[in-house]
Ligand binder design. Structure first.
Ligand SMILES: Cc1ncc(COP(=O)(O)O)c(C=O)c1O
Length: 392
C-alpha cells in the first residue's frame, strides 16, 4: 500500500536577524541592477576566462548561462534530482574537468541544494561554489540562512522573488579575497540612468495596485509586451537576452539608492512575509494530502523559503490553458532547461538529452504561488482541472 506523508514545513526562528545585519555589511554585500549582473560581477572577480567551464543546473533561467557566455566561458549542464529539483554531487562530479572553475548551485523554488556536500567537493578540487539564491531569500539550510554557505551567493529582488525592489540583485561574498575584488569592481559600475530610475519608480508605484490574483494574467501579458515586444528596457529580460548570449548595452549597473532603501525596508518585513508563505504552503500540502495525493517533492534537506509550491502534471500545457480560462494564477517555472527560451538552446551549448530529469520536470511541473494563496474555492476548481493529470 502506498504511504501518504505530509510535507509540512517550518521556518527557523533566528535567520531573519542574521539577514538584517548581513546585508548592511558593505565589505561583503554588493547591490546591482539585477541578479544576473550580480552573478556576472562575481564571475568576473573570480577571474573567469574564455574557455573556462562553469557547471550550472539544466533547470534554470537563461540569464544565468548568459552571464557565463558574456565572459567567453562555457556553461556545462548538470541534471537535477527529481525530488528537490536541484543538482547533486552525483550529477555534478562526472562533469568536472581541468577547465572547470565554478559550480553554481541553485536554490530552486526556495529549496536549498545540499550545499555542504557540494562545498566539500569544490574545496577538494580547488573550485568556487556560488549559490544562485534568486528563489531562496528567507529560507535556511541546516540552521543557516539560505545564501550564507557557499563562497558567494547572489539573490534577486525582481517582481516574482521573495521580496521585491522591482528589479534588483544582491551579491553576498563569504570568501574574503573575492570580497576585496568585488569592492573594487563594484566601485567602477555606473548607477542606473534617469529614464531607468523613473520607469522603475513608476512600476513600483503601480505594482501594489495591480498585484492581485484577479489581474495576474493581464499583468503578465502587459509586462511581457512592454519589455520584449515594445523594446522598452524596463523589465526583467530584454528580447536580446532571450535570443542570443550577447551582452546588452547598459547591462552592468549598480542598484539605485531608491531600490537599496526599499530592499532594507523589505528585509525588515521578511519574517512576516515568510510566515504567510509557510502558512500557504502548509495549507496546500494539507489540501493535497486530504485528496490522498502524494507530492513528489522533498523538504528533507532543510527549511524552505516556499516561494513556489511545485506539482507535477501529465499534460502541463492543458493544465496551464485551463487554469488561465478559469483565471487561476499558476506558474510555469521552468518551461525549458533555460527558461523561458523554448526554441533551440544551441547558442547556450545545451543539447536535448543532456539533462533527462530536468527536461522531464520542464514538461511536468507547474507551481502555485505562496504570496497570494489560492482561495479554497479556486483550489477546488484547480483540483478538478488537475485531478486526472496529476502525477503522484
Ligand atoms: C533561478 C534564477 N536565477 C537567476 C535569475 C535572475 O535574476 P534577475 O532577474 O534578478 O537577473 C532568475 C530569475 O529571474 C532565476 O529564476
Amino acid at each position: 500500500m502506498k504511504e501518504y506523508s505530509s510535507n509540512m514545513v517550518t521556518i527557523e526562528n533566528d535567520i531573519f536577524g542574521v539577514y538584517k545585519s548581513l546585508f548592511k555589511d558593505q565589505r561583503s554585500t554588493f547591490f546591482f541592477w539585477k541578479g544576473r549582473v550580480a552573478l556576472y560581477s562575481l564571475l568576473q572577480c573570480i577571474g573567469l576566462k574564455p574557455g573556462d567551464e562553469v557547471i550550472i543546473p539544466g533547470f534554470t533561467c537563461v540569464v544565468v548561462a548568459n552571464a557565463i557566455k558574456y565572459l567567453g566561458a562555457k556553461p556545462v549542464y548538470a541534471d537535477i534530482d527529481p525530488l528537490t529539483f536541484n543538482m547533486t554531487v552525483e550529477t555534478v562530479k562526472p562533469l568536472i574537468s581541468p577547465k572547470t572553475k565554478v559550480i553554481i548551485a541553485q536554490n530552486t523554488f526556495g529549496l536549498s541544494p545540499d550545499l555542504d556536500s557540494l562545498l566539500t567537493l569544490v574545496e577538494e578540487r580547488g573550485l568556487y561554489l556560488i549559490e544562485d539564491c534568486a528563489h531562496g531569500l528567507g529560507g535556511s539550510y541546516k540552521n543557516r540562512p539560505a545564501g550564507t554557505v557557499a563562497h558567494a551567493t547572489f539573490f534577486s529582488t525582481q517582481w516574482s522573488k521573495p521580496i521585491t525592489t522591482g528589479l534588483g540583485g544582491i551579491a553576498y561574498v563569504r570568501d574574503r579575497k573575492l570580497a576585496e575584488r568585488m569592492v573594487d569592481f563594484h566601485r567602477t559600475l555606473a548607477e542606473p540612468g534617469f529614464s531607468d530610475r523613473i520607469m522603475l519608480a513608476l512600476q513600483l508605484m503601480f505594482f501594489p495596485l495591480v498585484n492581485s490574483p484577479h489581474l495576474y494574467y493581464n499583468l503578465v501579458n502587459l509586462y511581457r509586451f512592454l519589455t520584449q515586444k515594445s523594446g522598452l528596457s524596463v523589465g526583467s529580460s530584454s528580447r536580446d537576452e532571450l535570443e542570443e548570449p550577447k551582452m546588452p548595452v547598459d547591462y552592468l549597473k549598480k542598484m539605485s539608492p531608491l531600490q537599496i532603501r526599499l530592499f532594507h525596508r523589505n528585509v525588515a518585513k521578511l519574517e512576516k512575509k515568510a510566515r504567510k508563505r509557510e502558512e500557504a504552503w502548509n495549507r496546500y500540502s494539507d489540501f493535497f494530502l486530504s485528496k490522498r495525493i502524494q507530492l513528489l517533492y522533498s523538504t528533507e534537506i532543510e527549511g524552505h523559503s516556499m516561494l513556489r509550491y511545485p506539482i507535477r502534471v501529465k499534460n502541463k500545457a492543458k493544465v496551464l490553458r485551463k487554469a488561465r480560462q478559469h483565471k487561476i494564477p499558476i506558474g510555469d517555472w521552468f518551461v525549458s532547461p533555460l527558461h523561458p527560451v523554448e526554441g533551440s538552446l544551441e547558442p547556450w551549448r545545451y543539447k536535448i538529452g543532456m539533462c533527462p530529469q530536468a527536461e522531464k520536470a520542464c514538461n511536468e511541473v507547474i507551481n502555485l504561488f505562496t504570496d497570494h494563496p489560492l482561495s479554497t474555492k479556486k483550489m477546488r476548481i484547480l483540483y478538478d482541472i488537475i485531478d486526472k493529470e496529476m502525477i503522484g
